[in-house]
Design a protein around this ligand. Structure first.
Ligand code: G3I
Length: 320
C-alpha cells in the first residue's frame, strides 16, 4: 500500500487508533499504526478495571508502555477512561458506606492517574457513558449512588485540578442511532456548562452499523457540534455483524457510504472543534467485534482499515 499516503497525512485533524500494551509491542501492529495514525487510545489498560488494585494502589505499567511508545513515535495519547458506570472496583465498593472517604478516594483516583501523565496526555474521557440507552436519564451506578448526580461535575473538577491544561471530555455511544439519548446527553452537557464545570469536549463513540439509516449521522454530528465544544469521533467502527439491528444488504457499498457521510458531516464542523477521529481497531483481527462473543463474527469488508496482512481495505481509500 506504499502508493496510498499515510491516513494521518490526509485528514485535517488527528487520526487515532485504539491500542493495548500488547499491540504496541507487536512489530507489525506498531509499524502500521505509527505510519498511519497520530494518536492512541488505550482500549482497556487505562481503565479502572485494570488500573485500580484492591488496596487502592494504581497499576499503570501498561499505560506507561503505551505512552512511551506514543512519545517515541511522535504520537499523542487520549486518556480513556476515568469514571465509568461499568467499572467501579472492589476498593470503591468497600468504601461505599462512607461517603466522605469515598469522595476522597474518588478524587485521589482521578488525581493519581491523571497526575502521572500531567502535561503528557492532553485529553481525557473523564466520564464514559453516563446516559441510559433509551435516553431516560443518568444511568444508575455506584458513583451516582454515593455521590449523587453531581458525580460527573465532581469528576470534572477533580480532573481539572489534577491537570489544568488537559482537555476534559464526556464520551457516549449511540448518539446518532438514538436521538432521545443524544438529547438527554446534550442536556446534561449544557447543565454542566451552565454550572461552570470544566468541560471542553464531547466524545461520540460512533460504533455504527454499515446499514445505519442515511442522515442519522449527519444530524447527530451537527447537533453535537452546536454546543461549541470539541467533538471527538472517539471509537469508530462500521460493523457488518449480521446480528446487528440493521442487517446490511450490500456490505462494502454501505460501509463506504456510511463512512463518507461521517467524514463529510465532520468536515462541516468548525475546524477548531474537530478534535479528531479515532478508529476502535487497526486491523480486522484487532477489532473487539471480531470475536465469537461479539455476536456473529464480522464478514469480509470488515469495519476497520487494514486487513490481517496490513493492506488497506477499500474503506481506507474513502479517507484519501
Ligand atoms: O487481557 C486480559 C486478560 O489478561 C485477563 O485475564 C482478563 C480478565 O478479565 O481480561 C483480559 O482483558 C480484556 C480486555 O478487553 C483486553 O482484551 C477484558 O477482560 C475485557 O473486558 C476488555 O474489554 C474491553 C471493553 O471495552 C471493556 O473494558 C474491550 O477490549 C474494549 O474494546 C471495550 O471498549 C469499549 C470502550 O471502552 C467504551 N465504549 C464501548 C467500547 C466497546 O465495548
Amino acid at each position: 500500500y506504499g502508493d496510498i499516503p499515510p491516513l494521518k497525512s490526509v485528514t485535517p485533524y488527528p487520526l487515532g487508533v485504539a491500542t493495548s500494551a500488547t499491540k504496541v509491542s507487536d512489530p507489525a501492529w506498531s509499524a502500521l499504526a505509527a505510519r498511519q495514525f497520530s494518536r492512541l487510545t488505550a482500549e482497556w489498560e487505562m481503565k479502572m478495571e485494570y488500573v485500580l488494585q484492591a488496596d487502592g494502589s494504581l497499576k499503570l505499567d501498561r499505560a506507561d508502555k503505551m505512552v512511551a511508545f506514543a512519545r517515541r513515535n511522535g504520537m499523542t495519547v487520549h486518556g480513556h477512561t476515568l469514571i465509568w458506570y461499568a467499572q467501579d472496583g472492589e476498593y470503591f465498593q468497600k468504601l461505599s458506606a462512607k461517603p466522605d472517604a469515598f469522595l476522597n478516594a474518588y478524587v485521589d483516583y482521578i488525581a493519581g492517574v491523571m497526575g502521572r501523565y500531567k502535561g503528557v496526555i492532553p485529553s481525557w474521557d473523564v466520564v464514559n457513558e453516563p446516559i441510559w440507552n433509551d435516553g431516560r436519564g443518568l444511568r444508575p451506578c455506584l458513583w451516582q449512588k454515593v455521590l449523587g448526580d453531581d458525580y460527573i461535575g465532581l469528576a470534572l473538577e477533580a480532573a481539572h485540578r489534577a491537570d489544568p491544561q488537559a482537555l476534559l471530555f464526556i464520551n457516549d455511544y449511540n448518539l446518532e442511532l438514538t436521538p432521545k439519548k443524544r438529547a438527554t446527553f446534550l442536556k446534561l452537557i449544557e447543565t454542566l456548562l451552565k454550572n461552570g464545570a470544566p468541560l471542553h469536549g464531547i466524545g461520540t463513540q460512533t460504533h455504527i452499523d454499515a446499514g445505519i439509516t442515511p442522515g442519522l449521522i449527519r444530524s447527530a454530528i451537527a447537533d453535537i457540534a452546536s454546543l461549541g465544544l470539541k467533538v471527538h469521533i472517539s471509537e469508530l467502527d462500521i460493523s457488518l455483524r449480521e446480528d446487528h439491528p440493521t442487517p446490511v444488504a450490500q456490505p462494502r457499498i454501505d460501509q463506504v457510504r456510511t463512512l463518507n457521510e461521517l467524514l463529510e458531516a465532520y468536515q462541516d464542523v468548525p475546524a477548531n472543534q474537530r478534535y479528531g477521529l479515532t478508529m476502535w481497531a487497526l486491523r480486522d483481527s484487532d477489532s473487539w467485534l471480531n470475536t465469537p462473543q461479539g455476536g456473529k463474527s464480522l464478514i469480509p469488508d470488515e469495519p476497520v482499515l487494514f486487513d490481517r496482512l496490513g493492506r488497506p481495505k477499500p474503506l481506507a481509500q474513502a479517507f484519501v
